[in-house]
Design a protein around this ligand. Sequence first.
Ligand SMILES: CC(C)(COP(=O)(O)OP(=O)(O)OC[C@H]1O[C@@H](n2cnc3c(N)ncnc32)[C@H](O)[C@@H]1OP(=O)(O)O)[C@@H](O)C(=O)NCCC(=O)NCCS
Length: 148
Amino acid sequence: MFEIRHVQPQDIFSVIKIAYESLPERYSPEVFNKFYELFSEGFLVAEKLHKIVGFIVGIKTSNGIARIPLLSVDKKFRKQGIGSALITQFLKEMSLQNIRQVELEVRINNDAAIKFYKKHGFDVTETVPRFYPTGEDACIMKRVLRSC
Ligand SMILES: CC(C)(COP(=O)(O)OP(=O)(O)OC[C@H]1O[C@@H](n2cnc3c(N)ncnc32)[C@H](O)[C@@H]1OP(=O)(O)O)[C@@H](O)C(=O)NCCC(=O)NCCS
């Protein structure tokens, strides 16, 4: 079994390790500390047997909108429902924070993530050509939590 909980400062090293192993982007450790300082309510981790096995980072933007810049599950622990548990808890937390819409972007060829987000109620609303520094296109995905 695993537990979903808010991140603690001592988890950040494990979070960075998972991010580096599974995401193409390289964020500096300070960026993770900043996410924690700015909106710790949107920064959740999954813990299994005292090990951090996944995380989600959300940020609040203007007008009741939140974004998910990062979500990742350790490769060895994927397809076990951990990503789903993270995003489900995250969406509950965002409702409590009066967020009305959650947005994110994902690489257009990241089929696993697009299928994952669709399963959790997100729709692709547009594609942005050459969004990433590598020249890859992005899908913008959104999920409405409440209408106004
Ligand atoms: C996307 C990601 C977070 C999913 O985490 P996970 O814990 O494996 O997801 P779950 O086990 O909760 O899967 C839920 C659903 O997502 C979809 N899904 C997950 N992985 C998939 C895959 N490799 N291929 C196709 N669909 C997939 C399926 O619909 C799955 O439901 P099912 O098991 O009933 O088929 C994980 O693959 C990951 O960390 N990917 C690398 C980082 C990334 O791409 N992040 C998102 C963009 S920032």
